[in-house]
Ligand binder design. Structure first.
Ligand code: 5RP
Length: 226
């Protein structure tokens, strides 16, 4: 199976975890795309009833709305039962890096308001340690050069993320993304704590102690790991 087929397989398999009468967080990305398609299909077929979706990006919001899935804003729900999202890297302790799609601020808010979190990834995302995937940081534009210099001084090898035109990528909230390219993260909790305390950083892509279940796409089929 190629990578896209692995993503499709895990995306579709993850919909088995969505129960009728529940509030579902919808992540962002090319793997989640397949989950939302399958959720829409089962909802339209009446196999899953009475659900409400809470999205983490305009991409997922638009897709879900087109499929007729009832949607609410995070502010309008008192909890989320289950959020299904992709990830960019997952280590052997099930800590993760997210934000490859620049949506990690909204994803983290939805994830931390969810009773359960399920990640869906193809096998290439699994690693012993985090860090070979650059760590995304969302920073506010005001004073961003100062924020950049602080990251540089810590030897975190920051780089502004640019789009195809060479302009800085803008997030949903019109912030910038800086990717940290310093390689293996030996102590994710210490780094996360430090990043949490830097003024000007809105959110980093370390998602620690958040996920309950991971579905990994292998050539012989999706494997559920609790
Ligand atoms: C977006 C994310 C995505 O979940 C992550 O990038 C995985 O995406 P994909 O399923 O396309 O590989 O964190 O901010």
């Amino acid at each position: 199976m190629n990578q896209d087929e692995l993503k499709k397989a895990v995306g579709e398999r993850s919909v088995d975890f969505i129960k009728s009468d529940s509030i579902v967080g919808l992540g962002t990305g090319s793997t989640v795309y397949y989950m939302i398609e399958e959720l829409g299909r089962r909802y339209q077929a009446g196999e899953i009833k009475n659900i409400v979706g809470v999205s983490t990006s305009s991409r997922s919001q638009n897709q879900a709305e087109k499929l007729g899935i009832p949607m609410k804003d995070l502010n309008e729900v008192d909890h989320i039962d289950l959020t299904i999202d992709g990830a960019d890297q997952i280590d052997k302790n099930f800590q993760g890096i997210k934000g490859g799609g620049a949506a990690h601020l909204l994803e983290k808010m939805v994830a931390t308001n969810s009773h359960k979190n399920l990640w869906i990834v193809d096998q290439s995302k699994m690693a012993d340690q985090l860090g070979s995937f650059p760590l995304p940081i969302e920073v506010i534009p005001f004073g961003c050069q100062k924020t950049f210099e602080i990251l540089e001084k810590e030897n975190l090898k920051p780089e502004f993320r640019l789009d195809d035109n060479g302009d800085r990528v803008l997030t949903h909230n019109k912030n910038y993304i800086i990717d940290l390219k310093n390689g293996v993260i030996e102590h994710p909790h210490i780094l996360a704590d430090w990043l949490d305390h830097q003024v000007g950083i809105v959110a980093h892509g370390l998602f620690l102690d958040i996920v309950n279940t991971v579905i990994v796409g292998y050539d012989d089929g999706p494997k559920v790991i609790d």
